[in-house]
Design a binder for this molecule. Structure first.
Ligand code: PLP
Length: 363
């Protein structure tokens, strides 16, 4: 029989997304279920993003601006870099893939933390690369251990900062010590999808490391704080000469015109961003208090979700579903016994709290 599929593709795991609200409602006949499972912005998109999309809608018979040039110009101004240093993708997920396609040859190594964004190992494997997973230490990236695993064959090193699903981050000193140990042939991908939520003052200034000459790609997204997960827009900032190669691999019209318009609109709405941060920080305190009250260990977060230990994670997840609350069980992410709960609107957090109290204590 013809063997159509290479072993490294056959053995690829499926990515399991958060359960959609509609699916749960249909399955269990529940009304108004709450989804706290995919780290989205619970406030929704900015009205400015919506208005920009509406305006762009009448032109969708045209191909989009292929190089996302207006959006790149705006981002370049915001970050104080050259337009050529920026590439926009169909979500930062696409950019992760493009980077790997551009730089990772079959048999070369990609290093990542074992309990981090599950897409990194999938991408490395799908390209015939060698996966090098390094365990977290105290829920944080262990940058020293990751640096110890660098070999002459290492091409890519992924760091989610803050990390998904733990919400932890590495600080500037740790990151700088790490970058000093990375040889010139390896590229560091700083995936900063939750950058805008970070509160710690010593968070690494990755764009400055780039300016200093480190081989770094900095990834950001419009899916989280900007509330545009469904539009799929992310971007990278890197060295001009390296970004140019990624651009060659990129599909010519990879970001659709509504997405580009939405992202530009969202960037104008600083009020929406501020409101999002306020909702997030109040929700964070609410969840900390809830978990503290129930005696559940949790990991303090720098992002818009909290990792909490419930031990019988599958059972609690299922029971929460029956109460109309969707969270994310973490055994598939290397953290059995844990749930990841995205921070929602006050009413959503309260709904989750009522459900969890009822399940946990029979209240
Ligand atoms: C660490 C991290 N990187 C990247 C992504 C992908 O984001 P995007 O929607 O921009 O593809 C996510 C999404 O959850 C994430 O948590």
């Amino acid at each position: 029989m013809t063997d159509w599929v290479a072993p490294h593709i056959k053995s690829l795991p499926f990515y399991v997304p958060g359960k959609p609200v509609e699916e749960l409602e249909e399955e269990l006949g529940i009304q108004e279920a709450v989804k706290l499972a995919s780290n989205e912005n619970p406030l929704g998109p900015s009205p400015r993003a919506l208005a920009a999309m509406e305006k762009a809608m009448s032109q969708v018979h045209r191909y989009p601006e292929g190089g996302s040039v207006y959006l790149r110009r705006r981002l370049a101004r915001i970050h104080g870099v050259d337009v050529e240093q920026i590439l926009v993708g169909n979500g930062s997920n696409e950019i992760l893939e493009l980077i790997a396609k551009t730089f990772l040859r079959p048999g070369e190594e990609g290093i990542y933390a074992e309990q981090a964004f599950v897409v990194y190992p999938m991408i490395v494997q799908s390209l015939g690369g060698v996966k090098v997973g390094v365990p977290l230490q105290d829920f944080c990236h262990d940058l020293e251990a990751m640096a110890d695993r660098i070999t002459p064959n290492t091409r890519l090193i992924f760091i989610a900062n803050p990390n998904n699903p733990t919400g932890t981050s590495v600080g500037a000193r740790q990151m700088e010590r790490f970058l000093d140990r990375v040889p010139p042939r390896a590229l560091v991908v700083c995936d900063e999808a939750y950058f805008e939520y970070v509160e710690r003052p010593d968070f690494p200034r990755s764009l400055e490391y780039l300016a200093q000459g480190h081989n770094l790609f900095v990834l950001r997204t419009f899916s989280k704080i900007y509330g545009l997960a469904g539009m799929r827009v992310g971007y990278l900032v890197g060295k001009r000469e390296l970004v140019e190669y990624v651009n060659r691999v990129r599909e010519p019209f990879n970001v659709n015109s509504l997405a580009q318009a939405a992202a530009l609109g969202a960037l104008e709405d600083t009020e929406h961003v501020a409101r999002t941060l306020d909702v997030n920080s109040r929700g964070k305190k609410f969840l900390y208090a809830l978990f503290g009250d129930l005696g559940l260990p949790f990991v303090p977060t720098e992002a818009n979700f909290v990792l909490v230990q419930v031990d019988r994670e599958k059972e609690i997840y299922e029971k929460l579903l029956r109460e109309g609350v969707i969270v994310r069980p973490m055994s598939g992410w290397g953290l059995p016994g844990y749930l990841r709960v995205s921070i929602g609107l006050p009413a959503e957090n309260e709904r989750f709290a009522r459900a969890l109290r009822k399940i946990w204590r029979g209240e």
